[in-house]
Design a binder for this molecule. Structure first.
Ligand code: MSP
Length: 641
């Protein structure tokens, strides 16, 4: 039976379209999955989207969409990009998938039955943007999130807790028993020191909103939904059928779980604790990469400095971009995205050192032997070079297994340097003139063998380009060639080399407008457009149906500082419910039997779990808020306009 491999990316939040950071995680994971397949492992590669939680609910509502509609759209964008990028995933999971929800409920019940979950009350700070709870001492300036700097909210609600505190010692033991369970080393030390400071039990349900997985029905507590991180982390096993058809659970434990450094704590502390509670084995490697920045700054929509991976891949070539991302930054460290660095990598590493080597082999063999290449004398003349190439190949694989992607590629390039230097040192053209043809042929063949080995190991990063190189040399890249030329160190069969058009044409200038001017241009255009767009036609105005209504009932929304729940009569025969943020300005009693003005054709939306079927009109200034009302009593349902 062949060895198994399971590779995962984090599942991406659907509050944002994919950017270069998401592409980075996915490309590393894809490289690992392709590497395992190359080695003949039975491989399963998982990616997907994280669709529940307050952040997504709020993002959807602010756009007038239901969370499900909004999640469908953004999840589709991730899938589309990964398909365009030929990401070789075996499953794309969505946390709104029914099988996932069933699996999460089963896990919750199992953890509850094993005594790891209890009911209590949570009171503390919550950052919606990071979907994370914080203690007072963790906050910056008393209420700012230590991770993203945004304001936290005070949450006080009934909650189920996971006994994370019980797992402190077990986690520390895991870190010390398994040297490579968290990679790279530096990040592992940070995790250990965090755990050593003590772990508090984790609030794992919420009651103040309902866009999430409900508790198992036999727990009879349906006001709770699961905390989004519990729901999300469990995707790694529900995707394999946990709680449903479990045949793919044979892939668990994961070989590599790729994450960004910002979410390492969830994956290296909470996740293994949940797994221990479920009685499941722990992942072999949780590997955390650093962040991509732009001119040293964090990328964000508001700064307008986000790099679009599709634009970069379209301009420079998808595989060149993959190579660049993996080669440019030491794994675990942050890297700054620069087109200049990308152009340099393409021109120097790819064009000069890799592409040119193939051209030199084609050129020399064409001149000396009518394009035929034979390995028969290689070991007589070049044993030493080949041995040293095999050393680099070995180190390269070790580095890749440790997720040191840049070092893995550096080692392959060291092997290419041996090939390129051998041509300069042994001068086959001089040997040809001096009638030492065997030596010249052996040098050309040795160089071809080096290129073949490098191409096989580079295949996971540049699948199409390396296959082109291999086809020119009359072999395919697959498990068979990996076994023969990498594991067993065999030499290539005799072959006739095919001419190929240049693989990496040199790039003279940066191909994308530099973000600064292009963003500026875009901003100016947006501004001009905004001014044009700010004028509307009368028809556009009447698209909004404004109507007079009478407030029949008004109540406070429990646990909300701002919201009131109103039943209003719009002359429609039955009242409508409107949830409005006016509690700070009006008491419920003062509203009953007064008239208000309502936007009547707004799509219904859920606010704190309550359906709202319209919006009130009000004016707000520094002195407060007042509702817009008709000067004289009007019939309910009369149009305003
Ligand atoms: N939904 C959670 C993960 C749940 S996994 C059970 C989440 N999603 S995310 O969309 O915000 O981030 C997903 C990944 O993208 C993370 O690994 C994060 O580190 C990575 N990146 C987001 N921005 C990034 C950069 N600018 N640079 C590199 N990667 C970054 O967190």
């Amino acid at each position: 039976m062949s060895e198994k491999a399971f590779v995962t990316t984090p599942i991406y939040y659907v509050n944002d379209v994919p950017h270069i950071g998401h592409a980075y995680t996915t490309i590393i994971a894809d490289t690992m999955a392709r590497y395992y397949r190359l080695k003949g492992y039975d491989t399963f590669f998982l990616t997907g989207t994280d669709e529940h939680g307050q952040k997504i609910e709020e993002a959807a509502l602010s756009r007038g969409r239901t969370p499900q509609e909004y999640a469908d759209e953004i999840s589709g964008k991730f899938k589309e990009l990964w398909d365009e990028f030929e990401i070789s995933y075996d499953k794309f999971i969505r946390t709104t998938d029914i099988e996932h929800k069933v699996g999460v409920q089963k896990a919750f019940k199992t953890m509850f039955d094993s005594g790891d979950i209890y009911k209590g009350e949570y009171e503390g700070h919550y950052c919606v943007s990071c979907e994370t709870f914080f203690t007072d001492t963790q906050l910056i300036d008393e209420n700012l999130c230590p991770d993203c700097g945004k304001e936290t909210r005070i949450v006080k609600e009934e909650s189920y807790f996971f006994k994370l505190s019980n797992y402190q010692e077990k986690l520390l033991k895991w870190y010390s028993d398994d040297e490579k369970c968290v990679l790279p080393k530096g990040k592992k030390s940070e995790v250990i020191s965090f755990v050593k400071h003590g772990l508090r039990d984790l609030s794992i349900t919420r009651t103040s909103f309902d866009w999430g997985v409900k508790l198992p029905s036999d727990m009879n507590d349906d006001k709770h939904v699961m905390y989004v991180w519990l729901d999300a982390l469990l995707n790694y096993i529900t995707a394999l059928g946990y709680g449903n058809d479990e045949k793919n659970m044979k892939y668990w434990p994961a070989s590599v779980q790729l994450v960004g450094k910002d979410i390492l704590r969830f994956h290296a502390i909470y996740w293994p604790a949940f797994l221990m509670s479920l009685g499941l084995p722990l992942p072999k490697h949780v590997a955390a990469h650093g962040w991509w920045t732009r001119n040293g700054e964090k990328m964000s929509k508001s700064k307008g400095n986000v790099v679009n991976p599709k634009e970069v891949a379209d301009a420079y070539g998808l595989e060149n971009f993959r190579y660049f991302m993996l080669r440019e930054v030491p794994f675990g460290q942050d890297g700054d995205f620069s087109q200049k660095a990308l152009v340099d990598r393409i021109n120097s590493d790819l064009s000069n050192e890799l592409g040119n080597l193939l051209n030199r082999i084609i050129g020399m063999s064409g001149k000396y032997s009518d394009f035929s290449i034979s390995s028969k004398n290689v070991l007589d003349y070049h044993k030493k070079e080949l041995a040293s190439v095999m050393e680099h190949i070995k180190i390269s694989e070790t580095n890749l297994n440790d997720l040191q992607t840049n070092r893995y590629l550096e080692e392959l390039w060291r092997a290419l340097t041996i090939a390129n230097q051998s041509i300069t040192i042994y001068e086959p053209w001089v040997k040809m003139k001096n009638n030492n043809k065997d030596f010249a042929f052996a040098t050309v063949a040795m160089v071809a063998n080096i290129l073949a080995r490098v191409s096989i190991l580079l295949h996971p990063v540049m699948p199409k380009t390396t296959q082109k190189i291999a086809s020119a040399m009359n072999f395919d890249i697959n498990y068979e060639s990996y076994r023969r030329f990498i594991e067993d160190g065999e030499l290539l069969d005799d072959f006739i080399i095919q001419k190929v058009p240049p693989l990496f044409p040199k790039i003279e200038a940066e191909l994308l407008l530099t973000p600064a001017p292009s963003i500026k241009k875009l901003e100016t255009k947006k501004e001009e457009k905004k001014q044009e767009d700010s004028l509307i036609t009368i028809d556009q105005f009447f698209e909004t149906k404004l109507k007079i209504a009478t407030v029949m009932e008004a109540q406070e929304v429990p646990k909300s500082k701002k919201l009131l729940k109103l039943q209003v009569d719009l002359g429609e025969g039955k009242p409508r419910q409107i949830v409005a943020g006016i509690k700070e300005y009006y008491t419920p009693e003062s509203l009953v039997n007064t008239q208000i003005c309502v936007v009547a054709n707004l799509k219904p939306a859920k606010i704190m779990g309550l359906v709202s079927e319209g919006m009130l009109l009000a004016a707000k200034d520094s002195e407060g808020l007042s509702l817009m009302r008709p000067e004289k009593q009007k019939q309910n349902g009369s149009s305003v306009g």
